[in-house]
Design a protein around this ligand. Structure first.
Ligand code: G6P
Length: 609
């Protein structure tokens, strides 16, 4: 949710911190702040708004000097979006300065305790409470004070702390919110994800839950919050700089939409043996026996990941003939679910950090389910909690509105369904045929992307309308949900997605003259039924935008506008049908003048409930 970057070394660090913070701005962007230790004193500059606003403010105050510092972009949870609530937070006694991602759940009780001890607070945040608590417990050893404070805390945190009295030391700790430590030559950079580290060093390690690291320019020490020493695994960061740069595109979302063919080719690499009709998934091989015997699957996710999970649900039942249900992780975790023997829970998540998805997976595991992950970020929390899994390999996704991760998730779920199907009842020939079609997806997406200008023209016609419907059936019902979500997220147009047949049960009342209704009307089992639904909308004055199969000569007679996608078996069609919907949402947001990569109120990764 929030972005964290901190540095200790020999370089003057303001510029370096801000550069890292810009890379993390997609994680949260309602306020930003920075602090360094300058001549033995902590100096903090913070402001509501973007990192650019912070840069302006820094210029006004003449900048910050110092070779140790920290900075933060915030996505508000406790306390409104105000300057005092922005991070870093300081204490009122010991010269403590702290940045935090997560929520301190017992902050109210801790605050009362600290107020009784005479501390005075200047913000409404849970984070300031933690800064004060560390200050209260500080007795000449920052690491010990942080450990002691965290033993009193419930909730989630990724924190970095510094102290005037130890002016080259950073202490960081994690529970639930990711933190990486980049290990350089005489310098360290701590950040909430690797993209803020990679331009300085490619050697890094991830902190585990309840771990604390103390770093100075000369070295580091890791331990638990109970001060038991631990040895982290320093690894090579697998991020290329070009993956996190715009490279000629106007927005990350646009770049990521156009990257989809390449991203999927990566997802497929080495995993498809179309000749033999085989799917090779190294990540689940160790559990093959248990998986083959499985009776039921539960797919868990939130947002876009849930929509991919819903397509997975259709595929697992249709292709692999295994019972499947997709659920909001946030609902599953609290509804006292029954997990029968032979259940496999599949967490679908781009970041691998979504709090609800993680909690739901742990709940399922606790009740006896085998845990699989369909995750993009390697080594993320959810990935580490699973028994086995398949990574998306689509590269870092920076645009807040998820695009290439969605097609990656659907692609991996397709591979998983075919892997299972082949081991249950599908013949090698049938599987080989599906795989041959699957391999055409990247090139077919390329053909849709080539229609970008036309998709923009169609979007322009309707961009002033405030209410849209997205309708689809079967495999493309979740695609309709995803199309509506994309439009809502970045253009702030009210859009509803639903199964086309459901329209008659209420939403049809909304249709008035010129209301845009996007139908996913590609060739498939329910094509005729979708055509009837189109007629119903048209009869009531709605304007139909159809996503249809190339060569469908009928559809243009019924729809006001048609966007064509190449022919492909129905089960694979969501990966194509979603692309024009992503582009429509993108163009609508640009045409309305919105900041596509930083939509209001959203965060890329939701690490709190
Ligand atoms: C947030 C993002 C969505 C994303 C959802 C799940 O709400 O804004 O784009 O789909 O979280 O994220 P995950 O990382 O678990 O896929």
């Amino acid at each position: 949710m929030c972005g964290i970057v901190a540095y200790t070394g020999s370089k003057s660090c303001q510029h370096l911190l801000l550069e890292g913070l810009k890379r993390l701005e997609y994680r949260g962007y309602d306020s930003a702040g920075i602090a360094t230790i300058e001549n033995g004193r902590i100096r903090v500059v913070k402001t509501v708004g973007r990192v650019a606003n912070l840069e302006d403010k820094l210029e006004e105050v003449g900048g910050l000097r110092g070779t140790i510092g920290m900075c933060h972009t915030r996505w508000a949870t406790h306390g409104g979006v105000t300057d005092p609530n922005a991070h870093p937070h300081t204490d009122d006694r010991a010269g403590i300065c702290l940045i935090h991602n997560g929520i301190i759940e017992n902050y109210a009780a801790l605050k009362t305790y600290l107020q009784e001890k005479g501390h005075t607070f200047s913000s409404d945040t849970d984070t300031e409470v933690l800064a004060m608590l560390i200050g209260e417990l500080y007795d000449g050893d920052l690491e010990a004070a942080v450990q002691a404070a965290l033993r009193e805390v419930t909730g989630a945190y990724g924190i970095v702390v510094m102290c005037e009295r130890e002016p080259d030391t950073l202490v960081a700790a994690r529970k639930g919110s990711p933190l990486m430590v980049g290990v350089g030559d005489g310098e360290f950079i701590i950040a909430s994800d690797g993209s803020a580290i990679v331009s300085h060093t490619s050697q890094a390690f991830a902190l585990e839950d309840y771990q604390v690291v103390k770093v100075t320019p000369t070295g580091f020490r890791t331990s638990t919050i109970h001060n038991v020493p631990v040895t982290p695994k320093v690894q090579q960061l697998e991020i290329e700089l070009e993956e996190i740069e715009l490279g000629g595109f106007s927005h990350f979302m646009q770049k990521e939409i156009f990257e989809q063919p390449k991203a999927l080719a990566n997802t497929f690499r080495g995993r498809i043996d179309a000749k033999e009709g085989k799917v090779v998934l190294g990540g689940v091989a160790t559990l093959a026996k248990e998986l083959i015997r499985a009776r039921r699957t539960i797919l868990l996710g939130q947002g876009t990941a849930l929509h991919a999970a819903m397509i997975g649900e259709y595929m697992l039942e249709d292709l692999a003939k295994i019972g499947a249900v997709a659920e909001y992780a946030s609902e599953f975790r609290y509804r006292n679910p029954i997990i029968e023997e032979g259940t496999v829970a599949i967490a679908v998540s781009q970041s691998g950090e979504t709090a609800d998805t993680l909690a739901a997976l742990l709940e399922a595991k606790e009740r006896g389910a085998l845990a699989l992950g369909v995750i993009n970020v390697v080594g993320s929390t959810i990935a580490r909690e699973t028994d086995a899994g398949v990574y998306l390999r689509v590269g870092p996704e920076i645009g807040v509105a998820s695009t290439k991760a969605f097609v990656g998730q659907v692609a991996v779920l397709t591979l998983l369904a075919l892997w299972w199907a082949r081991r249950r009842q599908m013949s090698a020939d049938q599987c080989a045929e599906m795989l041959r079609h699957l391999e055409t997806v990247p090139e077919k997406i390329e053909r849709i992307l080539a229609q970008d200008a036309q998709i923009r023209r169609v979007t322009e016609k309707y961009v002033e309308r405030e209410n849209w419907l997205f309708l689809g059936r079967g495999y493309n019902y979740p695609t309709a949900l995803e199309g509506a979500l994309k439009l809502k997220e970045i253009s702030y147009i009210h859009a509803e997605g639903m199964p086309a047949a459901e329209m008659k049960h209420g939403p049809i009342a909304l249709i008035n003259d010129g209301m845009p209704a996007v139908f996913i009307a590609n060739r498939g089992r329910q094509y005729d039924k979708v055509m009837s639904n189109i007629a119903e909308v048209k009869a009531r004055g709605g304007h139909v935008i159809a996503v249809a199969t190339e060569g469908d000569t009928q559809i243009a007679k019924h729809a006001h506008d048609v966007l064509y996608i190449p022919d492909i078996p129905e089960a694979l069609s969501p990966m194509l049908a979603v692309v024009p919907l992503q582009l429509m949402a993108y163009h609508a947001a640009v045409l309305r003048g919105h900041d596509v990569d930083k939509p209001r109120n959203l965060a890329k990764s939701v690490t709190v409930e």
